[in-house]
Write a protein that binds this ligand. Sequence first.
Ligand code: ADP
Length: 280
Amino acid sequence: MLQQPRPAAPEAGAPLLSLAGVGKRFGNQVTALDGLDMEVRRGEFLSLLGPSGCGKSTALRLIAGLAEPSSGRIAFNGERAGKPSAAHKPSATHRTAATHPSVGFVFQEPTLMPWASVFGNVHLPLKLAGIGRREAEPAIMEALEMVGLDGFRDAYPRELSGGMKMRVSIARALVTKPRLLLMDEPFAALDEITRFKLNNDLLQVWRQLNCTIVFVTHSVFESVYLSTRILVFRARPGRVAAELAIDPALERDEAFRTSPEYAALCRRTSTALAAAMNAG
Ligand code: ADP
């Protein structure tokens, strides 16, 4: 796919959302997050990087409204967030668009309905919002085109490869045209070649939709390739230990993957990650 450099994300104005002093303690006494401060800026591709178990997914689920923080606050557009909603819904019905952006969520597993076609799976969020097949068709086909699966509308999940299933899962998240796309290690289970291809296609979608992405990963290489900013988490209880900015104007393509510049950025990020792990 064509890789055009993207203009820098706008820095001006309030962040899309911010977390201040957020903590999350589970019933089993595990404190996943403690004093998490971070903001998500409009139009950025933000990665949350850290080893397994440091609270990245928990942070993402709190942002999505799938769980409530035990302490601290999460504010959308500067407004205090209300009670959250399910991420697969097109937007929080009990919040106005001004206070909560429409959110799409992509899980590590594609979580497709095996009995429904690709078309039916992507229809789901709109169906939940009361939009029938015929009315939803243009949006569904547009989402499938964006992930390169418009020729597979009538296929069933069992007929698809792992990469294609993930594409359907991404199309399902995109069908509502979310302003904020939350992705929880979506490519971790895929082989490297498929992952590289999906990395490129995801960047294309990000540019095309002009949306904001928060992407959870434990891969230094993936975070550097995709992001305009990386937040490095320290070991549990999680909070941000370091922040790295990556020039949004850098063209992300195969030449970049093998460039000294990419290697240097990966080294810097690895060093920050190692320091965060040792900080305890
Ligand atoms: P990461 O995404 O960085 O791998 P998680 O956010 O999934 O980390 O988990 C952080 C910690 O919180 C882990 O120790 C995990 O076992 C624990 N945890 C996550 N979800 C729950 C839950 N629903 N109940 C109890 N403990 C949980």
